[in-house]
Design a protein. Sequence first.
Length: 99
Amino acid sequence: MNPSPFEILGVSPDADDETIRRAYLERVRKFPPDRDPGRFRRIREAYDQLRDARSRLRHALFHLPELEALQVFAHRLHPRRPTLPQFRKMLAECLKDVR
């Protein structure tokens, strides 16, 4: 199982923007890209997912294992229901217009 972005940055799920930013900068100083490019990439991806409230909402909507399990169950009950990738695409379209 992959660690969550919160675990990668070492912050709690209710951390604010400034705490997340400080944790990111601390991790980048500790693991610069020239020393460990793979770890740096994971840290950068985690920060991209959590850097602001909108990014955290997008992460919460698209990266829930429970959502995937629920979608598989719902598709078995009703095969014409959209698949998870279709649902994510529809949701992304809706979020594009939200500001």
